[in-house]
Design a protein around this ligand. Structure first.
Ligand code: SF4
Length: 267
């Protein structure tokens, strides 16, 4: 711990008199009382708009607030809102080395439109080094480990020193995400997690993108409703209703591990 660094996440209670601060311990899980306070905020924010939720997050956690984005439609919508709320919130992308060129180009379009420079956070090995280490592409044989090494570990590193992170998950995306609170404690990363679009629908996201001409990944117009790394993403076919059907298709895997509570495969 650095000199002068507090041992706790400072969390202002807006439902209580200003300057009332709840201390959330760092490195350990909060107490049941502290979890209840988070739940109370989450319940209150259920009826707030996404910009109100983002503003709340900025007021309570910035400069210890960060955001991770894979430049999906939801991430682009949050960046659009953040552009008029606070452009100084640090935003990063987990740059696995396997992303589509269209995804990487979107970073520049976001920067040009909003002045937000999304920082690319890479794993400690290049794709070539990683594949040489494992005798070939691990995404073919052990995608959970590959996601862990090239996403989860990188997020842990990127979020060091932060107290809260924002993500673009929506409850209607998958059963895994159906119970996501607006605000909750993320055990895996030991951070407060804020999901401003948790109760938005896909339709609402795309309506805003269309209405506000928000930059988005052109692959969405080519049959890819959800986009991750190119080896693990395919276009969906006519009649496939699950918007994540093209992710890790043909396997039981549905999540990269960033938004699940289960333990990591191997540290
Ligand atoms: Fe590896 Fe595929 Fe996970 Fe990307 S999505 S980190 S390529 S397993």
């Amino acid at each position: 711990m650095q000199v002068g660094e507090t041992r706790a996440t400072r969390f202002r209670m807006q439902t209580q008199p200003m300057n009332t601060v709840v201390e959330l311990p760092r490195g350990v899980d909060p107490t049941p009382e502290q979890l209840e306070l988070l739940a109370e905020h989450s319940r209150r924010l259920e009826t707030a708009t996404p910009p109100e939720i983002i503003r709340w997050a900025v007021e309570n956690f910035h400069p210890k607030l960060t955001m991770a984005t894979a430049f999906g439609p939801e991430g682009c919508v949050i960046l659009h809102m953040l552009g008029s709320i606070d452009r100084t919130v640090p935003v990063f992308n987990l740059d696995t080395g396997y992303q589509f060129a269209e995804t990487l180009e979107l970073r520049d379009r976001i920067a040009a439109r909003y002045g937000i420079e999304v920082e690319m956070k890479q794993p400690d090995t290049t794709v070539a080094e990683y594949e040489a280490l494992h005798g070939g592409p691990l995404y073919k044989t052990n995608p959970d480990q590959c996601c862990f090494d090239r996403k989860v570990k990188v997020l842990r590193q990127a979020a060091l020193g932060m107290h809260a992170w924002m993500s673009g998950i929506r409850r209607d995306q998958s059963p895994d995400r159906a119970k996501a609170p607006i605000v909750g404690w993320d055990k895996k990363f030991k951070l407060v997690k804020i999901s401003p679009l948790a109760n938005w629908t896909k339709k609402e996201v795309w309506k805003l993108i269309t209405d506000e001409d928000i930059p988005y990944n052109p692959l969405h117009d080519q049959g890819y409703p959800s986009i991750g790394c190119w080896p693990c993403t395919r276009a969906v076919m006519f009649g496939e209703e699950d918007e994540r059907a093209g992710r890790w298709s043909g396997t039981a895997k549905t999540e990269c591990g960033l938004h699940t509570l289960d333990d990591s495969p191997k540290d």
